[in-house]
Design a protein around this ligand. Structure first.
Ligand SMILES: NC(=O)c1ccc[n+]([C@@H]2O[C@H](COP(=O)([O-])OP(=O)(O)OC[C@H]3O[C@@H](n4cnc5c(N)ncnc54)[C@H](O)[C@@H]3O)[C@@H](O)[C@H]2O)c1
Length: 381
């Protein structure tokens, strides 16, 4: 196991707290990465293989994500070693929350990540006797259920609309491909249709569905509500195309919203879209990003395009002690404004600096964090 101290560089982590509990076998870690712009905030993961190194890496991603979207929280993440489907999950969660009661909610607030659900967030609130201890609870408890609101996919389509205008495209009538029909993909498809785009291909793990004349989005989403990922087969009477084929279907806009590492150099050379909006995390390799940049394809990086969930988490943080239910329309409007502004800013910066949009976005986030560290006297000015 690597030494925790070796994880520390000029940005953080500022604090790493490891906890355990003998009776439940609970073991876990909280990593607070960088708080120059605000307290550490990031989800809580439960998996049998989670490590301190992994949690620290995810906490760093949160530092950049909050700064890139210009919201005032810092990076943090928590991880619990355990089986999220195990019968002892509740006991382990309660033990984890109790063990971190010195840090929560003053320095960290639990949230959702792999292995944790809205119900788990409610258990944590109960264990610490504090509505402020966790976000991501169900609307019944006054929480903000991000996935059900579809804020991330909504934001992806809004970003596409903002960038399309910059490159002389109008989304109204533009052909769009969306890979993945989960929380992000399905909400993106809905918003693209509302914005007048023609969705020519979608996919799920069960296959790709393509129609150059445009899919009937209303029917597709109805089937999706009933059959989930199998909607692609139900729609097409069982006849679907090979996975990955949708990425190179003739279109103006491509949204990978399923998995990481789906666009390598080879695929990047065959993409016909003029605009790629990364709904998924890490869908394009650095080499692919360079190929796309050379070919004049505009790419909106993942942590700019899929930050709708982060904006919603900001609202959820505010709602923790409020008597009023958060207003979904207000959240959507804010996702739209914030993400559009940021995507345009990153696009302009990448042109001005002559670097890829990923490099420009990272530089922008780092500059914001560094400026806060300077003002607070954490680095020499
Ligand atoms: N949910 C959020 O708010 C959110 C926020 C930021 C980033 N993301 C990222 O977006 C991506 C999707 O997240 P999600 O929450 O929609 O997940 P999800 O599990 O709800 O959906 C994933 C979808 O991808 C499909 N899929 C899996 N393998 C595929 C393949 N080979 N080809 C085509 N489709 C395939 C699945 O069938 C499913 O429809 C992930 O990279 C996630 O990290 C999600």
């Amino acid at each position: 196991m690597s030494d925790v101290l070796s994880l520390m560089d000029q940005w953080g982590p500022e604090k790493v707290v490891s906890v355990s509990h003998t009776r439940t076998g609970m073991k876990g870690v909280l990593v607070i990465d960088n708080t120059a712009r605000g307290m550490g905030k990031g989800g809580t993961r439960m998996s049998p293989t989670v490590t301190t190194g992994e949690v620290a890496r995810l906490a760093r991603v949160m530092t950049w994500k909050w700064a890139a979207v210009d919201l005032f929280y810092g990076g943090a993440k928590a991880g619990i070693v355990g089986d999220p489907t195990g019968r002892d999950k509740e006991a382990v969660l309660r033990a984890f929350a109790r063990a971190l009661s010195n840090e929560v909610p003053a320095e960290y607030v639990f949230g959702l990540d792999m292995g944790l659900t809205e119900d788990d967030a409610a258990i944590i609130q109960d264990e610490l006797g504090d509505r402020g201890a966790a976000v991501g609870t169900d609307a019944v408890l006054g929480g903000v259920p991000y996935d059900r609101l579809g804020v991330t996919g909504y934001g992806v389509a809004e970003v596409a609309d903002a960038l399309a205008a910059r490159i002389g495209l109008t989304l109204d009538g533009a052909r769009v491909v969306v890979q993945g029909l989960g929380a992000v993909g399905s909400a993106a498809v809905r918003r693209f249709a509302e914005l007048g785009a023609t969705v020519v291909a979608v996919s799920s793990v069960h296959g790709a569905l393509c129609d150059p004349a445009g899919l009937d989005v209303e029917r597709l989403l109805r089937l999706h509500a009933e059959f989930g990922d199998l909607a692609v087969k139900e729609y097409a009477g069982g006849v679907v195309q090979a996975l990955g084929s949708e990425l190179v279907v003739p279109a103006e806009v491509l949204v990978p919203a399923a998995l990481q590492d789906v666009i390598d150099e080879g695929v990047a050379g065959r993409i016909t879209a003029r605009l790629v909006v990364e709904g998924a995390n890490l869908p394009t390799s650095p080499a692919a990003q360079r190929v796309l940049a050379e070919r004049g394809v505009v790419v909106v990086p993942d942590f700019i395009a899929n930050a709708g969930g982060v904006v919603a988490a900001g609202f959820a943080m505010d709602a923790r002690y409020s008597a009023f239910r958060p207003d979904a329309e207000v959240i959507r409007a804010s996702v739209s404004t914030k993400l559009r502004e940021n995507a345009v800013r990153v696009h302009e910066e990448s042109a001005r600096r002559g670097v890829t949009s990923h490099e420009a976005a990272r530089a922008l986030a780092q500059e914001r964090v560094l400026a806060a560290m300077r003002l607070k006297g954490r680095v020499a000015s």
